[in-house]
Design a protein around this ligand. Structure first.
Ligand code: KG4
Ligand code: ZN
Length: 363
């Protein structure tokens, strides 16, 4: 049996400062020993979005304490760790440097290997921390910064099926909220107001519907909302609710259509996999209307829908520690001079040698 892996993970790529300790046993089962997250929402709220400089300073201020807390809560000591994992990108460079530098210092001081984790790989592998999920599977990542379908063929083995050509989905929710004078982050408020709105009052566009790929575009939809809001002038409470409901309906119909295409592309690559897992991650996965769309699509297309619990869907360090553990179990580590990256597409991460063949095929 392979030795269990015990990993400290650090996440600082956006507006959450987070540290966690996660264990992975020889059979690949995961356990979260500690998972602490400090959200900077209050610091950024007055600006209606994340301010990179404020984020980096807040990470510097809080990270030491959070790492100490994660270690203490896990009941383990540095000498027992198998390695240190930190988000090395993509994200806001100042913040990424703070977390990665801290991880390098701990790794150096305690003579442990460093694993430089791609933040998106953290989201992509989270489901395997919670339950046994076989490769290959389909991932939909919908957050404030990302909107993409990935075909997950194995650790380090990703193929992007589609992405947004302009705004991310969470960003679209946030911008619509801002247009309506709602606070940041806007997603939860738009969802709450949509519940008492009329979804068919405004005929907003369904961007890229029917297109033979599975990309996304939300900027035209946002513009349509802006024009409607301008035409309405002074907004009543009912107007706001109706705009939210109509916007959410447009998003839901668009997601259903884009998902149909993604499943088609997945099936074309992996016709032998009967009931692949379909994992939805990122902050927008908390939206109940979209969840209903995913459930219906999963039933229709024979997918096993997995939506990790909200605190593992939004940014956290347990997912980074877990991705580190999965990589370490395959012998993948990184040098201490690994540089932080603002941009780092998931299909460009270092991959283990899987042998030849189709993506996701057994070696
Ligand atoms: O993954 P996440 O916590 O952070 C990053 O983007 O890194 O995602 C945050 C995004 C925000 O844009 C927020 O408005 C959106 O997720 N969001 C939602 C909901 N909850 C959070 N969007 C729609 N419906 C929700 N219930
Ligand atoms: Zn994220």
């Amino acid at each position: 049996m392979t030795k269990p892996t015990l990993i400290l993970g650090i996440e600082t790529s956006c507006d959450e400062t987070a540290a966690a300790v996660v264990a992975r046993d020889g059979e690949g089962r995961g356990e979260i020993l500690s998972n602490v997250v400090l959200s900077q929402l209050k610091e950024h709220a007055p600006y209606g979005g994340v301010v990179p400089e404020i984020a980096a300073r807040a990470h510097v201020e809080h990270l030491d304490r959070l790492v100490a807390q994660a270690m203490a809560e896990s009941g383990t000591e540095y000498k027992n760790l198998s390695g240190i994992a930190a988000t090395a990108g993509p994200g806001l460079l100042g913040g990424v440097i703070v977390g990665l530098t801290m991880a390098k210092a701990i790794a150096f001081a305690h003579g442990k290997p460093l694993v430089a984790v791609n933040h998106l790989e953290g989201h992509a592998l989270t489901a395997r921390l919670l339950q046994a999920v076989e490769f290959p599977y389909l991932l939909l990542l919908i957050s404030g910064g990302h909107t993409q379908f990935q075909l997950v063929g194995g650790v380090g083995k990703y193929h992007r099926l589609g992405t947004t050509i302009d705004d991310a989905l969470g960003e679209a929710f946030d911008k619509v909220a801002k247009l309506l004078g709602l606070g940041y982050p806007g997603g939860p408020q738009v969802e709450a107001l949509a519940r008492r709105g009329n979804a068919s009052r405004f005929a907003f566009p369904r961007p890229l519907k029917g297109r033979k790929d599975c990309n996304f575009s939300f900027s035209g939809l946002k513009t349509a909302v802006r024009e409607t809001v301008q035409d309405l002038g002074a907004l009543s409470g009912q107007d706001v609710a109706d705009v939210c409901a109509s916007f959410e309906a447009a998003v839901a119909e668009t997601m259903a259509d884009r998902l149909k295409m993604a499943v088609h592309l997945f099936r074309a690559a992996h016709s032998a996999v009967e009931h692949p897992a379909f994992i939805v991650a990122g902050g927008v996965a908390a939206n109940q209307k979209l969840k209903a769309v995913f459930e219906a699509a999963a039933a229709q297309h024979g997918l096993q829908l997995i939506v990790p619990p909200a605190k593992l869907c939004t940014d956290n360090a347990a997912m980074i520690a877990w991705a580190g553990a999965e990589r370490l179990a395959l012998g993948l580590t990184d040098p201490l001079d690994f540089a932080a990256r603002a941009r780092w597409p998931l299909d460009q991460v270092q991959a283990p040698v899987y042998g030849s063949g189709k993506l996701g095929a057994k070696a």
